[in-house]
Design a protein around this ligand. Sequence first.
Ligand code: NAD
Ligand code: IPM
Ligand code: MN
Length: 344
Amino acid sequence: MPKVVVLPGDGVGPEVISCALEVLAQVAPDLEYAEYAFGLAGTAKYGKPLGDEVLEAALGSDAVLMGSVGGLPGSTDNIARELRPESGLLKLRKSLGVYANLRPSKVYSGLEHLSPLKPEVAGGVDILILRELLGGAYFGEPRGLEEGGGFNTIRYTTSEVERAARWAFQAARGRQNRVCSVDKANVLEVSEFWRRIVVHVHQTEFPDVELTHEYVDSCAMILVKNPKRYDVILTENLFGDILSDLASVLPGSLGLLPSASLGDKIGLYEPIHGSAPDIAGQGIANPAATMLSAAMMLEYSFKRPEVARVIENAVQKALFSHPTRDLGGSSGSSEFTKAVLALL
Ligand code: NAD
Ligand code: IPM
Ligand code: MN
């Protein structure tokens, strides 16, 4: 039986994970789960956000399904950085070797009204952000705080850019065949390098795919003004983090965007949102992003795309009939989940 390690995490994490598990129980009853404390909950249990036995279980699993980690922004500033919940997540991603982070942002037909954009701008949006996940400022050395200053390093190597670019071009072939590589090559050497490698991978391996380049500031503007311009957006770690939260506004809420983090073997699946401490414990978090992350797990780790489509369709319909509060509706997490279960 396929083994899934489940990491509910903190804040709304356990709430949205339990909703997603109800959906999985119905469409993939053969999966086996092992649940572990992670993030602040991990620190309470193991003395660190990613306990040794948790990492070992994740490395021995077929897939990892995660909620979210972290406390109120600023609340962990006094903890040593390596013991903060976010560091546990970065260590997990690094240990699993998941360098390709897929963050789809889609405005489903019939759900244009949930977008804050005009229906003619939002309608038909179908973007895949391919965020490089193991490089850049998140992991670059040297880094640190010093008297009167702080510093980080953005560094990318040939192989790091190549493998992310290959993922983006490959994904584009199954979509509209267009990749837009987003960088800041007008200012940063590391972006100039990124662009050079992307062009090389394109010319030598994917000349059939359309490739364009854009600066990240302009991309942020066009994402709001004319989002249909994009098919696959390929970008580095930090830009991808920021642009994906921005792209979540196109369908209407951060609570809608799922993600799959893939590498050579075990996939990690998580909504792109955080622990939402401002609404945790109230039963109002939107579980759609986590359900869609579970769908991505079925598609990418377990090769069951038809079951993934069943979840996606039910979520789409439930968003129409039972919109949650972040979308201007009134359904709570459990009401929304019941609607999804009935539609499966
Ligand atoms: P956040 O994503 O948690 O929340 C931002 C806003 O979006 C909040 O108003 C929140 O209520 C809302 N929101 C988020 N998810 C929602 C959902 N499913 N349904 C309805 N509304 C939702 O970002 P933040 O407030 O900047 O960060 C909170 C904590 O989460 C921090 O500790 C941060 O480091 C952490 N974080 C973790 C992850 C992760 O685990 N992958 C991602 C982002 C932030
Ligand atoms: C995300 C989050 C994480 C990131 C944090 C919590 C480490 O914002 O998954 O988007 O920056 O990658
Ligand atoms: Mn983020």
